[in-house]
Design a binder for this molecule. Structure first.
Ligand SMILES: [Zn+2]
Length: 164
């Protein structure tokens, strides 16, 4: 699996996971590694932009009645993707709708830590909508901090301070 295309910086990691979790999933190509790498390279070169997918993700995130984590339909409450205590922004770009159960479980935990450590799910399997918002916010955060070129070896390192 490792190849020259494997991301090594925070910026590349974000684009790689964006290709994998947002673009590939929407194209129905979840397990197709070549397709993911192709989309990742197109993102890196600027041929496609995150913003082309942002609007769709944002629209889905605000859909009341649909839990973005488990997909159930019913009563939903707003949940912050990146909790305020970890520097999550205040605003719609950080809010998703979730069922009571998922909302209570996620609470103010970091998305990746909650998904992987508490639910025992795979980091390559993060739900598309919160993952898309998370990656977009992380990209903006690193852009203004000039840290997109920082070395990175894992999606957990994308949001500083999220691990503990
Ligand atoms: Zn749910």
């Amino acid at each position: 699996m490792p190849s020259p295309a494997v991301p090594r910086t925070v910026g590349d990691f974000i684009l790689y996971y964006y290709a994998k979790l947002v673009i590939a999933v929407s194209a129905g190509q979840k397990a197709n590694y070549r397709f993911i790498i192709d989309q990742y390279k197109r993102l890196k070169s600027g041929e496609i932009r995150m913003s082309e997918y942002d609007r769709e993700i944002q629209k889905l995130a605000q859909q009341p009645g649909l839990c973005v984590f488990c997909g159930s339909q019913g009563t939903t409450v707003p949940v912050e993707v990146v909790p305020r205590r970890l520097g999550g922004p205040v605003g719609m770009q950080n809010l998703v709708h979730a069922c009571d159960e998922c909302a209570r479980s996620k609470d103010d935990k970091d998305l990746v830590t909650w998904w992987c450590d508490e639910l025992g799910r795979n980091k390559d399997d993060l739900p598309r909508i919160p993952a898309g918002l998370f990656l977009k916010m992380a990209y903006e955060r690193h852009t203004v901090a000039f840290t997109l070129k920082r070395r990175c070896t894992d999606i957990r390192e994308i949001w500083e301070g999220a691990q503990r």
